[in-house]
Design a protein around this ligand. Structure first.
Ligand code: COI
Length: 353
């Protein structure tokens, strides 16, 4: 792909790596590309990070044809690594298909990510626990308010140097089990990474925060009974010697970190079951000590221990509100692969040249 580069005349001051937080700073440049029926993807550019002019009747603003991805770049010893970017590309294709949006081939996605990351390599933080969060997104730009698939799209990648997603860092988070709102049902868009899913989740998030919780645990939308996922991550539960996570049946996001953890845990000899888990059973296992550990998995959240569950006022503390041995082990394994600290036997790391 030919990429036109326009350099920013003034570069920003880099933020302090000790106080990055999540998603508050953005690098100097972004990747932008357009799609229309006649030309397909064209006009690939690296341009100064700036507002995008939009017609008020752009279809995304009305009917939310928007999809996105999240992945990270790491810098270690002068080398830049991505973690399984082809999985993000494949998921974006599935999301775009569900929302009837233009397709973006895997090679093009990865090439665009590599191009902007290597152009902005000075923005990759190197302090422990930091990384450059990569946010590719795609949206409908056709002007009009009739409801139909847009005939034009933009694909943009912005970059944000980040620390931990939660203020808790790798300390346990408190999770509120949501029993009023639902996130997704089979046949809907739960498996797609689209802004609309997150818009619909905010009311529950606000409610949980008011009650002193970090995130919500969603139950299935039909029976309001089976555990699905946490606000910004998939969830795993160590019950006796079995690790349980919700199956991918259409309502749960197929997380890259989820998939990686399943593979690692299987290699380590654990029994990992992708199966329905009833919330009443989970609370009972927590109460009688059979629930040994619980953790969330996600690109932004990495591995996040769950230290408390509140379901309809029944509050259960997990593993004395401490990070568990398995949770710590999987966190170390995953981050060491991502950072290039250990051998990559699974061929997941991709060096950006
Ligand atoms: C990610 O983990 O990359 C996500 O997209 C979650 C997010 C909405 C912060």
């Amino acid at each position: 792909m030919e990429i036109k580069v326009t350099r920013a005349s003034v570069l920003k001051e880099k933020p302090d790596q000790n106080t990055l937080g999540f998603g508050s700073y953005f690098s100097d440049h972004m990747f932008v590309m357009d799609w229309n029926e006649a030309e397909g993807w064209h006009n690939a550019q690296i341009t100064p990070y700036a507002p995008i002019p939009m017609d008020p009747a752009s279809m995304v603003l009305h009917y939310a044809q928007e999809t996105f991805e999240g992945l990270k770049a790491y810098k270690n010893d002068g080398k830049i690594f991505l973690f399984r970017p082809e999985m993000n590309a494949q998921r974006l294709m599935k999301s775009n298909e569900r929302l009837c949006m233009a397709q973006l081939e895997e090679e093009l996605f990865v090439e665009a990510v590599e191009a902007i990351v290597s152009y902005e390599e000075d923005w990759i933080p190197t302090n422990e626990g930091t990384s450059l969060y990569i946010r590719p997104f795609c949206f409908a730009t056709e002007v009009g308010v009739g409801v139909h698939p847009s005939k034009s799209y933009k694909f943009i990648i912005v970059l944000s140097p980040v620390g931990a997603y939660y203020p808790e860092g790798v300390n346990p988070v408190k999770i509120y089990v949501e029993d009023e709102y639902v996130r997704a049902v089979v046949g809907g868009t739960g498996f797609a990474k689209c802004g609309g899913n997150y818009a619909a989740s905010i009311a529950a998030q606000v409610k949980a925060e008011k009650l002193g919780y970090t995130q919500v645990l969603w139950l299935d939308g039909v029976h309001r009974k089976y555990v699905e996922e946490v606000g910004t991550m998939n969830a795993m539960f160590l019950i006796d010697d079995e690790i349980v996570t919700a199956p991918l049946e259409g309502s749960v996001l197929p997380g890259v970190t989820r998939d990686s953890c399943i593979a690692i845990l299987k290699e380590w000899g654990y029994t990992i079951s992708e199966r329905h888990l009833c919330i009443d059973d989970l609370m009972e296992y927590a109460q009688n000590g059979r629930l040994k550990e619980a953790f969330g998995t996600g690109t932004a959240a990495v591995i996040s221990p769950i230290g408390e569950l509140n379901y309809k006022g029944n509050i259960q503390i997990i593993n004395e509100f401490k990070i568990g041995t398995l949770t710590q082990r999987i966190y170390d394994e995953l981050t060491n692969i991502q950072w290039g600290n250990i051998e990559d036997t699974r061929n997941w790391r991709r060096e950006v040249k």
